[in-house]
Write a protein that binds this ligand. Structure first.
Ligand SMILES: [Fe+2]
Ligand SMILES: [Fe+2]
Length: 171
């Protein structure tokens, strides 16, 4: 059973996850357009992950006998100054998502909603991983600066990322 307030808060997060998906889809297309096919792959996988996050909220809300409320979404930016700034924007966005998940968890604790607390645990772990990945990539990009060869090396590395389907995902 979900409270009215919790249902609304979960729905808000569901819509935010969908916005995240659009943001990374936009980054994927932009990276591809400037010849960074590896980065395009990385952001396309990030898009797929966000759709998994979105579906987790969708399934949870329905499993509690409620229904989703899809709202209007802001348009994501569709041009980005550099690969470094794309990843800085990604980290900034994921830190915002971490704060959202923390606030949801605090609400669940306050309402003594144990089921939602357990549901959110997966996301708490996931956010640590998201931020860690972004920081690692930002660190490398800062190290190479605008060295073209370095950018190509990193692009190759980003191209090696593979999507792990949700059932097989550890966290
Ligand atoms: Fe997410
Ligand atoms: Fe992830």
């Amino acid at each position: 059973m979900l409270s009215k307030e919790m249902t609304a808060a979960l729905n808000k997060q569901l819509n935010t996850e969908l916005y995240s998906a659009h943001l990374y889809l936009s980054m994927s297309s932009y990276a591809s357009s400037i010849g960074l096919k590896g980065a395009a792959n990385w952001f396309m996988i990030q898009y797929q992950e966000e759709m998994v996050h979105f579906m987790k909220f969708y399934t949870y809300i329905n499993s509690q006998g409620e229904h989703v409320a899809l709202g209007p979404l802001d348009a994501p930016p569709n041009e980005f100054p550099s690969l470094l700034e794309m990843f800085e924007e990604t980290l900034k966005h994921e830190m915002f998502i971490t704060r959202c998940i923390n606030e949801l968890t605090e609400r669940a604790v306050k309402e003594k909603d144990h089921a939602t607390q357990i549901f959110l645990q997966w996301f708490i772990t996931e956010q640590v991983e998201e931020e860690e990945n972004d920081r690692e990539i930002i660190g490398k990009l800062k190290l190479i600066g605008d060295n073209g060869y370095g950018i190509l090396m990193i692009d190759n590395e980003l191209g090696a990322r593979v999507f792990t389907p949700p059932a097989a995902a550890a966290a």
